[in-house]
Design a protein around this ligand. Structure first.
Ligand code: 13P
Length: 263
């Protein structure tokens, strides 16, 4: 399967930004900035903070917007005494289709290791959510030149114990930590090197059909000005966009990256 048969996915990770009123405004503006043709060609998803999800659901359902949404994290547990956590069934009930798992900020600030990330991937799948499993190396690993092995290990850990059928429902995001929020984007070749290696690893660990079907995103200082060159890489199927997704027009421009969708 070539990259042209995998539907491009642009996901806006709002991180800890925007209250529910601002969320409503941004979703409405985003939908108004994109045509039905554009929203059909490129799957467009927002990943707001938990406190905004009900508002986003109301906006999307009320106006039948062709925009998907999801959470930025989930508990590995379905319910129980886990103060402060949010479960897969709660996200699914709000109409979420996606959930980010193993973002480098969760790994760094909440000590999430591959075993926990793996449990969260499994919880997401159990509750009908598509996990966006993040992998990526820090600057030290990049400078040592061991970034491909590092990302492959995170991939193996995150997908441990899954069947090929389950892996086909997962989205992988390669986010080099040194490129997140720094304005320092990986070159298109850097993005392709690791996204290609991720796909190759999926073929080795699972099977070729799985590797061909799974969408692999790039994330790290994606902007309207650099998305086209990143998307020109054969193994990059979309973007996981942080800062630039907080501006409706910039994110809409990112979603219009294919030349024929520009107008
Ligand atoms: O972490 C990211 C998305 O999950 C990337 O963030 P920036 O686009 O702000 O660099």
């Amino acid at each position: 399967m070539s990259s042209t048969t995998r539907r491009p996915l642009m996901a806006g990770n709002w991180k800890m930004n925007l209250n529910h009123l601002e969320a409503n405004l941004l979703v409405q503006k985003l939908a108004a900035s994109l045509t039905e043709k554009q929203l059909t060609a490129v799957e467009t998803v927002v990943l707001p903070p938990f406190t905004d999800l009900r508002t986003v659901q109301t906006a999307v359902d009320g106006d039948k917007l062709l925009i998907g949404y999801g959470g930025q994290d989930l508990s590995p547990h379905a319910s129980g005494a886990y103060t402060g956590d949010i479960s897969g069934p709660m996200l699914a009930k709000l109409g979420c289709t996606y959930v980010v798992v193993g973002h480098s900020e969760r790994r760094a600030y909440h000590n999430e290791d591959d075993a926990l990330v793996n449990a969260k991937v499994k919880a997401a799948l159990t509750h009908g959510l598509t996990p966006i499993l993040c992998v990526g190396e820090g600057l030290d690993i990049r400078e040592q030149g061991t970034h491909v092995a590092h990302c492959s290990d995170q991939l193996d850990g995150g997908l441990a114990g899954l069947t090929p059928e389950q892996v086909r429902q997962v989205v992988i995001a390669y986010e080099p930590v040194w490129a997140i929020g720094t304005g320092k984007t990986a070159t298109p070749d850097d993005a392709q090197e690791v996204c290609g290696a991720v796909r190759q690893r999926l073929a080795e660990r699972f099977d070729q059909e799985t590797a061909d079907q799974v969408r692999v995103l790039y994330g790290g200082s994606v902007k309207a000005s650099n998305i086209a060159s990143i998307m020109a890489q054969s193994d990059v199927d979309g973007g996981l966009v942080g800062g630039a997704s907080l501006d409706a027009e910039e994110f809409a421009q990112i979603c219009r990256f294919p030349e024929h969708l520009a107008r």
